[in-house]
Design a binder for this molecule. Structure first.
Ligand SMILES: [Zn+2]
Length: 452
């Protein structure tokens, strides 16, 4: 292989004449003196059109190339200016680097790829550049990539969400494609205008092709989606639904913790040091401490629990059935999203029924919110209410059946009251039960695609 073509390959340049190579031992730097081939000369840097020359510009300049082993390498060439019909006086294009860039194509592409694959410090240390430079390289590589593809083409099922940065002070609105599992759009801000910006960019035709939109349940996103994509099914995404459940569970845990602390305040204080053998027990204060530490046992997925956390969970199951019930509700909801679609639909129906009767206010509220978000299918208005076949024999008029007859709770030694509280017959059914049954009877049971 001739030296010139070897050097061309090493430096990753094409359509370039390599005039000579210098090695600066003191600076540990290889300088390749180059020029564009005659066909590439005198072209506008902005549009690539051939133009008459204007002047020699600011003389010779350098472009950073990929390191050769441990030695840094630069290309050095004249940077003359040309007179473009459209762009006026501009620096002439070079075949080894983007217009206005201080790095070669090969360098830019390597940095952009590394930025997607490794940490910030890896990129900056390995490539010996500043993080700001990485930002400008990504920007110009992305402009080229973006020009080749239409990221918004063929979108069917999308997700809209926001992420925060700068310690929660700034926000980015992001849109993902659920089918390709890729980010398709992002913009700073989390207002109506930000979301609208995306749908404006998408245009009416492509909006009409969208079938499903998942979001975090925020009303403002919902409103805009309903306007922009009137045919799309709007759903709450599983991540947020499970997050709501975790928050509801934490509310129950805090309630139990506060009860324990209230009890602890009535207990006699203890001085310093080891308590005497005959010291009175302080169950409230012990319970408060244990519940405070139970947070992660309740939050984590059961398969990830440590041995101590499993013990803590078993302790909660034995001593606080209500908190444990809240935990089971949270776990039940989480598991639904891992199920096959048709099983999940039925499981969610059952879960909603369970949560409605669970007598834990945080979960009754959560259930209502899930029912509300489940129902936002625009086609629903055109669909006749359908009674599910498997429920026909179960259909009961709520007015005839107060909720107390429906609750099936296994008798528990920790339950001080009878499991089926007796009430005078004039007692009306509890509000949320009536509400729930009426709602379910009037709307077809349905949960939407983000479960699949
Ligand atoms: Zn031009």
């Amino acid at each position: 292989m001739r030296d010139v073509s070897l050097w061309g390959s090493l430096l990753g340049v094409e359509k370039t004449v390599i005039e000579r190579i210098e090695y600066d031992e003191d600076a540990d730097l290889i300088v390749a003196h180059v020029r564009p081939t005659s066909r590439q000369r005198s072209r506008c840097g902005a549009c690539g059109r051939r133009c008459p020359g204007y002047d020699l510009g600011a003389g010779r300049r350098t472009w950073r190339a990929l390191d050769l082993g441990t030695v840094r390498a630069v290309l050095e060439a004249h940077a003359p200016r040309v007179m473009c019909r459209e762009h006026g006086v501009v620096v002439a294009a070079v075949p080894w680097a983007r217009h206005d860039a201080g790095h070669t194509y090969a360098f830019d592409e390597t940095v952009a790829w590394l930025a997607t694959q490794s940490s910030k410090s890896t990129v900056t240390v390995l490539m010996r550049i500043a993080w700001r430079t990485v930002g400008s390289i990504i920007t110009r590589v992305w402009v080229d990539v973006d020009a080749q593809h239409d990221r918004l083409a063929g979108l069917r099922r999308i997700g809209i969400d926001e992420i925060s940065y700068k310690r929660g002070f700034k926000f980015l609105m992001v849109v993902v494609d659920h089918d390709t599992r890729r980010l398709v759009w992002a913009a700073p801000g989390r207002t109506n205008a930000t979301v609208r910006q995306f749908f404006d960019l998408l245009g009416a035709d492509r909006c009409a092709q969208i079938t499903h939109v998942s979001a975090d349940g925020a009303d403002f996103i919902d409103t805009i989606v309903a306007q922009a994509c009137p045919n799309a099914v709007r759903v709450a995404d599983p991540f947020h639904v499970v997050k709501w459940a975790t928050e509801a569970l934490d509310e129950v845990r805090r309630g139990a913790w506060n009860d324990a602390r209230a009890l602890a305040r009535t207990e006699p204080k203890r001085g310093r040091g080891r308590p005497r053998a005959d010291a009175p027990p302080r169950p409230g204060s012990e319970r408060a401490v244990a519940l405070k530490g139970a947070r992660y046992s309740l939050w984590k997925n059961p398969e990830n629990l440590s041995e101590n956390q499993q013990i803590k969970l078993a302790w909660i199951a034995a001593t606080d059935p209500r908190l444990h019930r809240a935990y089971l509700l949270k776990e039940g909801l989480r598991v639904i999203f891992a199920m096959p679609y048709h099983d999940a639909v039925q499981a969610l129906e059952k879960w909603i029924g369970w949560a409605r009767r669970c007598r834990v206010p945080a979960f009754v509220k959560l259930q209502k919110s899930i029912v509300r978000h489940r129902g936002q299918d625009p086609r629903r208005d055109q669909t006749q209410p359908v009674q599910r076949l498997d429920r026909i024999d179960q259909h009961q008029d709520p007015a005839d059946h107060p909720d107390s007859v429906r609750i099936q709770v296994t008798p528990s030694p920790h339950r001080p009251r009878p499991t089926q509280p007796r009430r005078p017959p004039t007692n009306p059914p509890r509000a949320q039960m009536t509400h729930g049954y009426v709602r379910r009877a009037a709307s077809p049971p349905r949960i939407q695609g983000s479960l699949t």
